[in-house]
Design a binder for this molecule. Structure first.
Ligand SMILES: Nc1ncnc2c1ncn2[C@@H]1O[C@H](COP(=O)(O)OP(=O)(O)OP(=O)(O)O)[C@@H](O)[C@H]1O
Ligand SMILES: Cc1cn([C@H]2C[C@H](O)[C@@H](COP(=O)(O)O)O2)c(=O)[nH]c1=O
Length: 212
């Protein structure tokens, strides 16, 4: 059976994930790869509806466990409807956020516990994990400045959290990256865009076209 490559991109707000994914897709297609991008929460109708509930600025009463469960529910539906079929069709699938976002944001920053959040997500994803995860590491202050300069970008309920929350998100990511060094590749996202792109592209190509 044909099997594609599942790659996820992680990092705090404004780290450059979406921008780099778009650049990689263009580059992969030029080089003849079958490649698609998607995002979490979202990527398909039901998950986009869940996204609207989670990220709506008016839903300030949302309980942290409810939030974690909604992300896991959106993930499940997206996995079944989009990720699995795309991989079975042989695509390189670049996913803007996946399980590590839940571990860093809900598990660590919200204080629910990384292992507890991992466990509800294991129910959602069974054993389906990315082959590689690019973690874009950045001081959240820089990321938030970038998104506030970007007029076209919606500001959502999580963006409005205090800077201390976003700092905890980064701390959570660093713990998760240390826990899974065989899967998570850390990339310094504070550098100019072209440098970040070159590094991500180089590492992705090593997986797609391994050199002996
Ligand atoms: N390395 C970089 N240096 C400077 N600006 C950058 C860099 N990477 C991205 N940007 C700019 O920062 C803004 C946020 O980038 P982008 O939307 O790709 O981040 P993101 O990680 O997907 O954010 P979020 O998760 O919050 O949606 C955009 O305006 C983008 O052009
Ligand atoms: C998947 C996932 C996401 N989040 C947070 C991270 C961001 O604040 C938003 C998504 O917005 P983006 O502009 O598309 O990056 O949701 C989270 O807290 N937990 C998750 O599992």
């Amino acid at each position: 059976m044909k099997q594609g490559l599942f790659v996820s991109f992680e990092g705090p707000e404004g780290a450059g994930k979406t921008t780099i994914i778009d650049m990689l897709i263009e580059d992969l297609k030029k080089e003849g790869f079958q490649a698609i991008s998607t995002r979490e929460p979202g990527g398909i109708e039901i998950a986009e509806q869940i996204r609207e509930v989670i990220l709506n600025k008016n839903n300030t009463a949302m309980d942290a466990r409810t939030e974690a469960l909604l992300y896991a529910a959106a993930r499940r539906q997206h996995l079944v409807e989009k990720v699995k079929p795309a991989l079975e069709a042989g695509n390189v699938l670049l996913c803007d956020r996946f399980i590590d976002s839940s571990l860093a944001y809900q598990g660590f920053a919200r204080g629910l516990g990384i292992d507890e959040v991992l466990s509800i997500n294991q129910f959602a994803i069974e054993d389906m994990m990315p082959r590689v995860t690019f973690y874009f590491d950045l001081d959240p202050k820089i990321g938030l400045e970038r998104i506030h300069k970007n007029d076209g970008r919606e500001v959502n309920r999580l963006d409005l959290e205090k800077i201390e929350f976003h700092q905890k998100v980064r701390e959570g990511y660093l713990i998760v990256a240390d826990r899974y060094p065989e899967r998570i590749v850390k990339i310094d996202a504070s550098r100019p865009l072209q440098q970040v792109f070159d590094e991500a592209k180089g590492k992705l190509k090593q997986i797609l076209i391994p050199t002996p």
